[in-house]
Design a protein around this ligand. Structure first.
Ligand code: GLC
Length: 434
């Protein structure tokens, strides 16, 4: 009620002051969906498109200056004979992930769904003729896992997309493009995506940065965000622009770094109060790359997930499916192993928030009410000081065995005392706070 009243007031203010940008007020459905997103903590990213066939990652078109008309011929040979949405979803669910983010259209410009606004799509341009997104969406809904959609703002194929700083060597004739038709095209496709595939948990934009050398470029995001929220109020809007969130966005995204960190060079932005998500690759590439077998160990993946949770962020872990339609075997194995760990430790991850002790070299904390989960990832010692100034610790338990652990009260907190140096992937101590 209250929000509606506020919204109407804002609407009135907006009507009488047409020049002032309207303030975005998320609906109740949207706020609920943000909470559910936060509680989920773990998702799987899938980068799949024609680029899988060239097996050199999703940037191959621009990196190798492939002509857009030649590149498009790949579609005529796209026939992922072993694609089986039910198997994908089951393998992903086994990892404990609560949502899947799928590339509906990446920078190459090919639509992995049946769109009426371009023939360059998986049904009309390939011998496969199946709407991959539809099969995936139906299966997600059937198996009870949320579906998010990646959508590229930039396009290396379309002639009407104005040239940005990438994709300049793909042979599109006109640098200026035709922004109004391109913008309309995107909004038409977003309308299809949010109308024909059931509830969509989030639209995950990428590519805004392509125009960062054209300061006057206007992406007209407010109108696009409004369209999304109008079509599906619970659908979250996120944008991988590597900036602090813009008006109208519901989540903050980080690429290859935990919030606040900047090792990969794309992050370090201020951390907002919106739900947070960081994405990372399982090997070194987003799209399938045949030479990259450098998969992170299950321990590294678990540590990344735990560290994200300790920073109050979700982890979106990527897999690049093969051209034959299968998920790489190693990736499936990793999903299984992470899932086994989640079966035991999921309670210390799902539905938690970053804990009251900030991340340290030894690990992080997550929290649910008065239960504080201390995740010890790397402790070369038998004692661990925890800064819990002013907090009462009633009990310390080994999370797995439920046995009481020794600790002593010291100035500024407590010190946990172990018989042995912890060697588990993640030694979790549960503290009951008073
Ligand atoms: C980058 C890349 C893109 C990838 C994305 C995932 O922005 O351009 O290929 O999809 O990161 O985070």
């Amino acid at each position: 009620m209250k929000t509606h009243f506020l919204a109407s007031l804002l609407l009135l203010a907006g009507l009488s002051l047409p020049l002032r940008a309207q303030h975005y007020v998320p609906t109740e459905e949207n706020l609920k969906s943000r909470q559910e997103f936060r509680d989920a903590r773990f998702g799987i990213f899938l980068h799949w498109g024609l680029y899988a066939m060239l097996a050199t990652g999703e940037w191959t078109m621009t990196n190798n200056n492939l002509n857009y008309k030649e590149y498009a011929k790949l579609a005529g040979g796209f026939y992922p004979s072993r694609f089986n949405a039910a198997e994908w979803v089951a393998a992903i669910k086994a990892s404990g992930a609560k949502y899947i983010c799928f590339t509906s259209r990446h920078h190459e410009g090919f639509s992995m769904f049946h769109t009426q606004y371009s023939d360059y799509n998986v049904v009309d341009a390939t011998p496969f003729k199946r709407d991959i997104l539809k099969e995936l969406a139906d299966e997600c809904h059937k198996q009870g896992i949320r579906l998010h959609l990646y959508y590229s703002h930039l396009d290396w194929y379309r002639e009407d997309y104005p040239w940005g700083r990438t994709g300049r060597g793909t042979g599109r004739p006109d640098a200026k493009g035709n922004w109004p038709t391109y913008y309309q095209f995107m909004n038409n496709q977003l309308t299809e995506l949010l109308t024909n595939y059931g509830p969509i948990g989030a639209i995950w934009f990428d590519g805004w940065w392509d125009q960062d050398q054209n300061p006057d470029f206007d992406w007209q995001l407010p109108g696009q965000y409004e369209l999304i929220h109008k079509l599906q109020p619970a659908c979250l809007v996120g944008n991988n622009h590597h900036q602090v969130p813009f008006e109208g966005e519901d989540i903050q995204i980080f690429e290859r770094d935990l919030p606040g960190e900047n090792k990969a060079g794309l992050s370090g932005q201020d951390v907002s109060s919106l739900p947070l998500e960081t994405c990372e690759t399982m090997n070194g590439m987003w799209g399938y790359k045949i030479t990259d077998q450098n998969y992170k160990s299950v321990k590294t993946l678990i540590h990344y997930l735990v560290k994200a949770a300790g920073k109050d962020a979700n982890l979106l872990m990527n897999i690049g499916p093969q051209p034959d339609g299968c998920l790489p075997e190693v990736a499936v194995q990793r999903l299984k192993e992470v899932g086994e760990w989640m079966q035991t430790y999921g309670e210390t991850i799902y539905g938690t928030r970053g804990g009251c002790i900030a991340p340290h070299d030894w690990g992080v904390t997550t929290q649910k009410g008065n239960r504080l989960f201390v995740h010890i990832l790397n402790l070369p010692d038998k004692a661990l000081f925890l800064p819990l100034e002013g907090k009462q610790v009633k009990q310390a338990l080994d999370f797995v065995t439920r046995q009481s652990l020794k600790f002593k009260r010291v100035e500024g907190g407590i010190t946990l005392l172990f018989d042995e140096v912890p060697t588990e992937t993640d030694k979790v101590v549960e503290l009951l706070l008073g």
